[in-house]
Design a protein around this ligand. Structure first.
Ligand code: C2E
Ligand code: MG
Ligand code: MG
Length: 273
């Protein structure tokens, strides 16, 4: 009994520490935007036929005051759960539009990730319109990425929202494709432009027959549905060669460039355009 009481107390203390840590994180994250602690990095998206850069994906990082540089994996889910994703996502969208406008490269698009909560927010359209009008960026230079899983949560709503977004000239990409459970019939109803094959399939494409077959099927299915197909997480020459052979349209990954800050992006673009 004694023991179990002690255990209980330990458990309770642990809970309190976790709750406190979450509280602190929430307060820090809620101030991150106004403290200018968020930074966007950009990763190029390359056309496999011409090797030209067609777009860049904006990926957020947090320069935490004491913990250092945090990747999105360490705070985006927390932001999503605590609703802080709304102000953070708005900042990302505005910043990404301003950045591309500033680069003055009308042939390029910028891709911005939308979380499930952002995608379902009632004022999403206004937020997007504002980011475009504030920056002066044209709708066709913006692409919004929504994960397959988020889209499948509520197909009817997703279709309505996607149609509204597309009416602004904006392109839609289905992110992390292959990790969700969409059926072909659902997919064909989605007004999307791009299919992004998840990195998990690309990772051992040259080692696993399963994954190479899956990737090939996704590419041909995407094309039959009129979508542009892009492979994520391309790291090696062999992977580039394989996806090029199966007619995948574009690629993104460390082989071409890691996500880079504004200075790195300008350098990369000056060497590759
Ligand atoms: P994602 O949208 O699928 O982004 C691709 C992720 O793969 C990025 O990780 C990128 O750095 C990484 N990656 C790209 N090429 C390679 C490669 O060749 N090898 C490997 N190992 N990794 C590669 P990152 O930047 O850590 O972002 C992770 C996820 O966080 C993103 O996945 C996205 O879901 C989310 N995220 C990032 N920025 C935002 C944002 O502004 N808003 C929202 N809602 N989510 C974001
Ligand atoms: Mg993405
Ligand atoms: Mg992805």
């Amino acid at each position: 009994k004694e023991n179990s009481r002690n255990n209980y107390q330990f458990f309770e203390n642990k809970l309190n520490t976790d709750a406190l840590a979450r509280l602190i994180l929430e307060r820090e994250l809620s101030q991150a935007v106004e403290n200018n602690e968020l930074i966007l990095h950009y990763q190029p998206q390359v056309c496999l036929l011409t090797r030209k850069i067609k777009g860049i994906e904006a990926l957020v990082r947090w320069q935490h005051p004491s913990k250092g540089f945090l990747p999105p994996g360490e705070f985006i889910q927390f932001a999503e759960d605590s609703r802080l994703i709304i102000p953070i996502g708005t900042w990302v969208l505005e910043q990404a539009c301003l950045q591309l406008k500033k680069l003055n490269l009308p042939e390029l698009t910028v891709s911005v990730n939308l979380s499930p909560r952002q995608f379902a927010a009632p004022n999403l359209l206004d937020t997007i319109k504002k980011a475009l009008s504030n920056s002066g960026l044209k709708g066709h230079q913006l692409e919004l990425e929504i994960t397959e899983t988020a889209l499948m949560k509520n197909m009817a709503n997703a279709i309505t929202t996607l149609k509204q977004i597309k009416s602004l000239g904006i392109q839609i990409a289905i992110d992390d494709f292959g990790t969700g459970y969409s059926s072909l019939s659902q997919l064909k109803n989605l007004p999307a432009d791009t299919l992004k094959i998840d990195r998990e399939f690309i990772k051992d494409i040259n080692k696993s027959t399963d994954n190479s077959v899956i990737t090939e099927v996704i590419v041909s299915m995407g094309h039959k549905l009129g979508l542009t197909v892009i492979a994520e997480g391309v790291e090696t020459e062999e992977q580039v060669e394989f996806i090029r052979q199966i007619q995948c349209d574009m690629a993104q990954g460390y082989f071409f460039s890691r996500p880079v800050d504004e200075v790195g992006l300008i350098k990369f673009l000056s060497m590759n355009t």
